[in-house]
Ligand binder design. Structure first.
Ligand SMILES: [Zn+2]
Length: 453
C-alpha cells in the first residue's frame, strides 16, 4: 500500500498535466470542423491506455468518430468490469462568457477549467489513472478490465449500438461502470440509480410563400411565429403539467424507499436559486424539485427562431417559424412512442392558416433504472463512503446516458453510475471545471472499488 501511496503522491503533478494535455483537444463532436481533432483525441486516448499498461489497445474507425478499446484480463475468477467514457465534448459557445479559452486548461482554486474537464475526459481519465497506478505499483489488477471510449456521446452515440452488437463477445462483462455524472456535493459521494431518456424533435410552421410586409398584410395573414408561440404555449398548463393527452400514461411511480431518501437529502433550494441566478423555480405542481428532475418526464423548447433578428427593426411578417423541442422521459416511457405522441398532437392542434412539419432529430435514448439490491451497488456505496468520509447518497439524474440502456439491452449488464463531477462544474456551460481534490480522492476510491468488487 505504501508503494501505491508513494506512486499517487509522486505522480500527482504529472497526472494533472496528463489531464491538461487531454483537455487541449477541441473534440467537439457536433462540429464538422473538429473531425481531425477527434481523430487525434482518439489516438491520444489510446496512448493513455497503452501507457497505463493496458493491453489490446485498439482504435476502431466508425462512420463517425473512433471508438477506443483496451483490456487487461489476467485476474481469473475475478469479475470483469467494463469501463465506459467519452472523449468528445459539448460545443463551447457562447465563447465570450469563458474566462479563459475552453481548450487552454487553467488552474485556479484547486480546479482545472476547460471544456470536457468534468464531462467526461476528467472522469474517464480517473479510471485510466486508477488502473495505471495499480499496474505500475503492483504489476496486476484485482479485476479484469475492459475500457470502451467513444467520441460521439454528446451527439447521441449514433455508432455505438452497432459496435456493441458486433463486439458482444469481447465486451462481455459482469458489470459496467460509467463516471459521467455528479457527486451530491464536495465530499458527498453519490450513485445514480435512474436516468431520464430523451427524444428530440424539430418543428417548422409555414405560412405565406414569402416574407410579407407587416403593414400591408398584418392582421389578414397568420404569422407563423405567433402561431408557433401559441402552439408551444398550449403544451403546458399554468401549473407546469404537460397537456399532451397520454403524456404521463406509462410513467412508473418512484420506489417508496428511494422517494424517502430523496426527501431526506440535504438540499438547499436557496443555494440552488443563487447558483442559477434565478428568484424562484418552476415546474410540475405536486412534486418536489428533485422529484421533478429525477422522476417526472418533461418537455422543453431548446430553440425558437424565425423572422428578423438583426439590428434595429424590420416590419416583417415571416413566412416560416422554427422550434427545436426535446422531451425527457422516465421509466417506462418509450422514445418512439413519445415522439409519435407529440408529433400527432402537434398536427392535431395546428390551425389551417399555417402548415406544420415535425421531424425527429437524431439522438436520444431510453430511460434507465438500476436495481438497489444489485450487489455491486451495495459494494460501491460502502467503498465510496470510506474514501470520501460521508454517506453515499442514492440519487436520480435528469439527464440521459443512452449507453447505459444499451449496455443492459445489448450486453446484459447493469451499470454503476459513479459520478465525480461537482454540481457547480458547469458541464455543457461556459467555464466548465473539475475539482482536483475530488479527482485525486476519486482515483483512490476507484482503486479500492476494483479490489472490493
Ligand atoms: Zn458526458
Amino acid at each position: 500500500m505504501d508503494i501505491l501511496a508513494d506512486y499517487l503522491a509522486s505522480s500527482r503533478n504529472a497526472r494533472e498535466q496528463q489531464l491538461a494535455a487531454y483537455l487541449r483537444f477541441p473534440s467537439i463532436s457536433s462540429d464538422p470542423n473538429c473531425r481531425e481533432a477527434l481523430q487525434e483525441c482518439a489516438r491520444f486516448s489510446a496512448q493513455l491506455l497503452q501507457e497505463a499498461g493496458l493491453q489490446e489497445v485498439t482504435v476502431w474507425q466508425t462512420p463517425g468518430n473512433p471508438i477506443v478499446t483496451a483490456s487487461w484480463r489476467q485476474a481469473p475468477g475475478r469479475p470483469t468490469v467494463l469501463i465506459y467514457g467519452h472523449y468528445d465534448v459539448q460545443p463551447v459557445d457562447p465563447l465570450s462568457l469563458w474566462i479563459s479559452p475552453p481548450f487552454a486548461p487553467r488552474w485556479q482554486n484547486e480546479r482545472i477549467f476547460a471544456r470536457g474537464a468534468t464531462d467526461d475526459k476528467g472522469q474517464l481519465l480517473m479510471h485510466i489513472q486508477a488502473v495505471a497506478a495499480l499496474l505500475h505499483s503492483n504489476g496486476s489488477l484485482p479485476v479484469n478490465i475492459i475500457f470502451l471510449l467513444e467520441g460521439e456521446e454528446e451527439i447521441g452515440s449514433p455508432n455505438l449500438p452497432a459496435f456493441l452488437e458486433a463486439h458482444r463477445q469481447e465486451l462481455a462483462a459482469d458489470l459496467a461502470i460509467v463516471s459521467d455524472s455528479s457527486m451530491w456535493a464536495e465530499q458527498h459521494p453519490a450513485i445514480t440509480t435512474s436516468l431520464r431518456g430523451l427524444v428530440l424533435l424539430e418543428v417548422t410552421l409555414s405560412g405565406p410563400n414569402r416574407d410579407l410586409h407587416s403593414g400591408t398584410y398584418g392582421g389578414a395573414v397568420a404569422n407563423p411565429l405567433e402561431m408557433l408561440a401559441r402552439l408551444l404555449a398550449s403544451l403546458k398548463s399554468d401549473e407546469g403539467t404537460v397537456t399532451i393527452p397520454g403524456f404521463y400514461e406509462h410513467v412508473l411511480p418512484v420506489d417508496a424507499t428511494i422517494r424517502k431518501q430523496w426527501q431526506n437529502l440535504p438540499f438547499d433550494e436557496n443555494k440552488y436559486l443563487e447558483t442559477l441566478g434565478i428568484d424562484s423555480t418552476w415546474g410540475e405542481a405536486g412534486y418536489s424539485l428533485l422529484e421533478r428532475i429525477w422522476s417526472r418526464p418533461t418537455l422543453e423548447i431548446n430553440g425558437l427562431w424565425g423572422g428578423y433578428n438583426g439590428p434595429g427593426g424590420k416590419t416583417v411578417l415571416p413566412a416560416t417559424a422554427h422550434a427545436k423541442l426535446s422531451m425527457r422521459l422516465v421509466a417506462n416511457q418509450d422514445p418512439e412512442t413519445m415522439a409519435e405522441l407529440l408529433q400527432r398532437h402537434l398536427l392535431a392542434i395546428t390551425p389551417s392558416c399555417v402548415r406544420i412539419e415535425v421531424q425527429r432529430i437524431a439522438g436520444g435514448g431510453h430511460p434507465v433504472t438500476i436495481p438497489l439490491q444489485w450487489p455491486p451497488m451495495q459494494t460501491a456505496r460502502r467503498v465510496l463512503e470510506e474514501s470520501f468520509g460521508h454517506e453515499t447518497l442514492l440519487v436520480g439524474e435528469g439527464a440521459s446516458i443512452p449507453v447505459v440502456a444499451d449496455f443492459a439491452k445489448l450486453l446484459g449488464v447493469h451499470t454503476l453510475l459513479i459520478g465525480f463531477g461537482l454540481p457547480d462544474a458547469n458541464t455543457h456551460s461556459p467555464n466548465e471545471s473539475l475539482h482536483l481534490p475530488t479527482f485525486h480522492t476519486g482515483i483512490a476510491s476507484l482503486m479500492a472499488l476494483f479490489k472490493a468488487l
